[in-house]
Design a protein around this ligand. Structure first.
Ligand SMILES: C[S@@+](CC[C@H](N)C(=O)[O-])C[C@H]1O[C@@H](n2cnc3c(N)ncnc32)[C@H](O)[C@@H]1O
Length: 246
């Protein structure tokens, strides 16, 4: 299995550095959706330290999570223990895995863009599909892309107490829509971690349609945010897709 280095030395830096996200709003969105479709067995794909999964488990869902980063999985397990929450976390590659049959799966924080090759995306969609029960849901969060234009470099900085996080986004190849994403963390102004990845810039709705059609999904709904708004921003390919296994 491929090794994936992601905040390996200090997963707490990821937890702190990215805590600006509205996790409660995301969880409330997922909760409403899963209640509506009577989903109980849930899979958190590319879960990291599973900030959403632990909250869903607290609400009574039976949550499992998969990720390739051992350090983030370890932190997720530690946090679950501290919070008295039961959750099952596994080291698995989201491109191909076999864990069981779930009512619903979700992938947050644009993590699907780590799959920058079409063959990996296809294999991922197929794998999620085969781990879902009939009519199972797959929620793909692509609502928080780190740029105004995918073809322009950009840098943004976050600071929380002694932790400073600098994220740089650089387009690599316009044709195959790849970009470089580098995340550097500083503690008390000392550089303590840096991860750099090739990512896909975005998934157009055209590509989403193609992927779903080829892998046994239908598009149920497309939202622009976690408040169930449907008006998409025409300038930015951001959305939350709710798919259903056909
Ligand atoms: C942006 S983080 C999101 C983590 C978490 N879902 C959250 O909302 O904070 C992306 C995650 O994708 C994971 N990842 C990247 N490629 C992966 C793969 N092929 N299989 C499983 N996990 C992967 C990374 O280890 C990392 O935890």
């Amino acid at each position: 299995m491929m090794e994936f280095k992601y905040f390996e030395k200090s997963p707490e830096l990821y937890e702190e550095g990215f805590d600006y996200r509205k996790i409660n709003q995301q969880v409330s969105f997922l909760d409403k959706l899963f209640s509506k479709y009577k989903s109980e067995e849930i899979l958190d794909v590319a879960c990291g330290h599973t900030p959403q999964g632990r909250k869903l488990a607290k609400k009574g869902y039976n949550v499992s999570g998969i990720d390739l980063s051992e350090s983030l999985l370890k932190l997720g397990k530690q946090r679950a223990k501290e919070e008295g929450v039961k959750i099952k976390l596994y080291k698995k590659d989201m491109r191909k895995f076999n864990l069981g049959k779930f009512d619903a799966a979700y992938i947050m924080f644009s993590s699907i863009l780590h799959l920058f090759k079409k063959k990996d995306l296809l294999s991922h969609f197929k794998s999620v599909n085969s781990n879902l029960k009939k009519n199972g849901l797959y929620v793909i969060d692509l609502s928080d892309l780190p740029f105004d234009s995918p073809f322009k470099s950009t840098t943004f900085k976050k600071r929380k107490k002694d932790i400073r996080t600098i994220i740089t986004y650089k387009p690599l190849n316009r044709k195959n829509l790849t970009a470089n994403f580098t995340c550097t963390s500083f503690f008390k102004d000392k550089k303590v971690n840096e991860d750099s990845f090739t990512v896909l810039m975005f998934i157009s709705l055209t590509l989403l349609k193609e992927l779903t059609k080829k892998t046994g999904f239908e598009i149920l709904d497309i939202y622009s945010d976690f408040k169930f708004n449907k008006k998409l921003n025409p300038k930015k390919p951001e959305y939350i897709a709710v798919l259903r296994k056909t």
